[in-house]
Design a protein around this ligand. Sequence first.
Ligand code: KG4
Ligand code: ZN
Length: 334
Amino acid sequence: MNRSVYTLGIETSCDETAVAILRGETTLLANIVYSQAKLHVKYGGVVPEIASRNHLRKLPYLVKEGLEHAKIKFSDLSLVAATYGPGLVGPLLVGLSSAKGIAYGSGAAFLGVNHLEGHIFSHQLAHPTVKPPFLALIVSGGHTSLVKVHHYCEYQTIGATRDDAAGEALDKVGKLLGLDYPAGKEIDKLATKGDQAVIRFPRPMAHDTGFDFSFSGLKTAVAYYLRENPTHKVEDVAASFLAAVIDVLVDKTLKAARRHKLTRIVVVGGVAANSLLRKRLTAHGKRFGIKPFFPPLDLCTDNGAMIAATAAFRYIHFDQQHDLALEPAPSLEF
Ligand code: KG4
Ligand code: ZN
């Protein structure tokens, strides 16, 4: 019965226009992402107005392409879902309004999805047999949170950033280093060519007993270093800075897993694509019998598949749907 549920998932909370078609809970029939990054690059970050206009421009074609890819028609859809928060209000409004229109026109159910829960569900798509309980580390451009996942749809946030998210710090330091936005992937690459022992940047809140993070001081430390060392080698700065970010993420996450007696960690969000994070968390986790799980790279950064998966789960297990009056919630939390 579940296999006959076809879900269209739409993600437009920031600068990725993304669409996916899912059959049942985990069979992906289409997953298309259009990144607007090149449209924002000259501004050094996402311009909400430009993002909204381009979601509007691209989304209808991506939906059409998704249906063609999945070889289904609008009338085959059981459920249409879109991210309703957190994110930029204009971009959210485009995806949400489109989803409502398609649901209404095709007679499908409609469901708004929390983007953060969406990231957690990228794990279920990648590793359907690895079920909760587990600890989730959500590390993206907008969020850095440690969430205890008792069951899917039952979450307890045990730590979060007090200022910048890890991805945000990577993007801001990237800008200081003259890299294009978003800089996380490029810093990942540059760091492999540099020496992380050259500069000892601070490990913010590393010795704090709680599980909160703080990355804005680290970004300032890099800014001071660059000003005082104009002949710096970019690769060494990237490697030393990235090592500081990853040390904090790995230490805090393992500490939280041990304190809460969880032996599995699910790492999701754009920064989960980082090669040093993958390597270190896996190696250090082994010492404590803790195993991290990472989705494939295309499911780490924003995508429609994670939105479809969240919605399908809630619809199939809890018969959940939303009224078409649902509004965007830019500051939505768990
Ligand atoms: O999840 P995501 O696509 O969007 C948000 O929900 O924020 O994450 C985007 C973030 C950006 O900050 C980007 O620089 C970072 O993920 N990112 C990476 C890598 N690939 C993307 N950070 C570190 N290493 C990577 N390989
Ligand atoms: Zn995201």
